[in-house]
Design a protein around this ligand. Structure first.
Ligand code: BES
Ligand code: MN
Ligand code: ZN
Length: 502
């Protein structure tokens, strides 16, 4: 297990196999870093700055190796636009350099107080959290099925030391490390679940994971089986499940350790453990990615883990409708009319628009809690990927305050959200001649029509729908985001829920 520790000192007094030191581009702050963090490197680094080899630019990395140790200098870039994300990326780059060495112990140096105060719009604790997020999440690899586990190799990373040169910051350093560890574990949990193949993580396994998390903390968890789902008349979840050899599950978790009498935040996660498209079969080329169609559920489970381990003084409920979408002989068909839990009838025009059907049942179920807000996360549409690529999650909602709070959390965590509209016009596109609504909105505006479909099942409370189809899975790695499942949503929701503490 990777260890994270906090220390006070400068590189000459810290025992590590590699020292990662972030430098801002601003000349005065660059000098300040040199004098306060690593005075013994002053001559050499000043020369590099003057020659233009290393000036602290956002994409610069420089390694100095001598008898005194290995020093990896990473640029943070200009003061304008400086924030947590620059630290995450710089630390991710530093760690990648360190990974090329035999370096079981890596020390990461916090920017000195002057830089945190002047250029970083975040607290010292959040500085530490951002550094560790970048450093640790960049190491992630899905290794469950590898015979040769990478960490068993010689010289592999064992400990990350976080170092401050400000003696008075030691307890704040510890607090930052504590929070960071929890957030990192939660993101890794979500990534592992998303990346797990569909023959391993089916609805039942997803429910077992929920129960395992619940057991670790004080989270009351109930898992509805097929009979109970039938009793709840969840016609969307049952229809999608019809073509599968695996039973569906509906997971209900409640975190409320101090039995607070508060209106809860309800998190809903799409738990399609594999989306073949059903009879409206998807093309083979990238069908394997659809093992990650439960990324919304993974994010919700990761968030519950973080919320419980951080002991946030709020009440949070997680709802996860879980099934795969398969083509078995009993599969639902295009043209079928099904009935959602609230009695709404839906004409199934396309069996591949399955996410909205299972979410509809969950949104109806959410109403019984009289929530303070409902937030659903779903890899819902290819259309949102067309609109935003992987740069932002598509956000839809009925409440300005809730949307603004999520936008702010999105900026802080860099799990950014971008609002898309829920215009009245989209309802027309969802008209069916034989049922209350169609599950298909036509050729254009697919992310918007999907959101408009969901809106029909939302009660009279603040609600946001996050379409994470573009952000939950990546085709190629970048900085601290690996290829495959990203765990997006965990840091966003955890930050949001923290901002809700009274
Ligand atoms: N799970 C998919 C959406 C998706 C696509 C997620 C790509 C991640 C990457 C969803 O169930 C789906 O198939 N949506 C269809 C809806 C259409 C049939 C209206 C889509 O977007 O094509
Ligand atoms: Mn689908
Ligand atoms: Zn899907």
């Amino acid at each position: 297990m990777l260890k994270y520790t906090g220390h006070y000192g400068t590189p000459d007094r810290i025992d590590a196999d590699a020292h990662v030191i972030p430098f801002p581009e601003d000349k005065t702050l660059f000098q300040k870093t040199l004098t306060e963090v690593c005075p013994h490197l002053k001559g050499l680094v000043t020369a590099y700055r003057e020659s233009g080899d290393f000036c602290g630019k956002a994409d610069e990395t420089m390694m100095l190796a001598s008898a005194e140790g290995r020093f990896i200098l990473v640029g943070l870039g200009a003061s304008e636009g400086m924030g947590a994300e620059q630290l995450r990326r710089a630390m991710a780059r530093g760690m990648k350099q360190a990974a090329a060495l035999v370096a079981p112990v890596v020390a990461l140096y916090c920017p000195p107080e002057a830089i945190v105060k002047k250029t970083l719009p975040i607290s010292f604790e959040d500085t530490v959290v951002a550094m560790l997020e970048g450093a640790a999440l960049a190491q992630y690899k899905y290794k469950v099925f590898l015979k040769d586990k990478p960490e068993e190799k010689k010289g592999k990373l064992k400990e990350i030391k976080v170092i401050t040169a400000d003696e008075g910051y030691q307890s704040r350093l510890k607090a930052g490390i504590h929070d960071a560890m929890i957030i990192i574990e939660a993101v890794e949990l979500a990534r592992d679940l998303a990346n797990a193949p569909a023959n391993v993580v089916d609805a039942e396994k997803l429910a077992k994971e929920a129960l395992a998390i619940a057991k670790k903390f004080t989270i009351k968890t109930v898992v509805l089986n097929k009979k109970e789902i039938q009793a709840n008349k969840m016609g969307g979840l049952l229809a999608v499940n019809q073509g599968s050899a695996n039973e569906p599950r509906f997971i209900v978790m409640e975190y409320n350790d101090k039995k607070r009498r508060l209106a809860p935040y309800v998190l809903v996660g799409k738990g399609v453990t594999f989306d073949s498209g059903g009879l409206c079969l998807k093309p083979a080329a990238s069908m394997d990615e659809m093992k990650m169609d439960m990324s919304g559920a993974a994010a919700v489970l990761g968030t519950m883990y973080a919320v419980a381990k951080l002991k946030l003084p709020i009440r949070v409920i997680a709802l996860i409708p879980a099934t795969d979408n398969m083509t078995g002989g009993a599969a639902f068909r295009p043209g079928d009319v099904i009935t959602i839990a609230d009695g709404t009838t839906v004409e199934v025009k396309n069996t591949d628009a399955e996410g909205r059907l299972i979410l509809a049942d969950a949104l109806v179920y959410a109403q019984r809690f009289k929530p303070a807000a409902v937030i659903d996360l779903a890899t819902l549409t290819g259309a949102v990927v067309v609109a935003l690529a992987s740069a932002a999650t598509g956000m839809f909602g009925n409440d300005d305050e809730l949307k603004a709070a999520l936008s702010e959390s999105g900026e802080r965590t860099y799990e950014r959200v971008w609002e898309l509209p829920l215009y009245e016009e989209y309802n027309k596109l969802l008209k069916s001649e034989i049922a209350d609504v169609s599950n298909l909105g036509g050729k254009w505006g697919g992310a918007c029509t999907a959101a408009a479909f969901l809106k029909r099942f939302v009660g009279d409370f603040p609600w946001v729908h996050l379409d994470i189809a573009g952000t939950a899975m990546l085709d190629s790695a970048s900085d601290y985001q690996p290829k495959g499942g990203t765990g997006v949503g965990v840091r966003l929701l955890t930050d949001f829920l923290r901002s809700r503490e009274e």
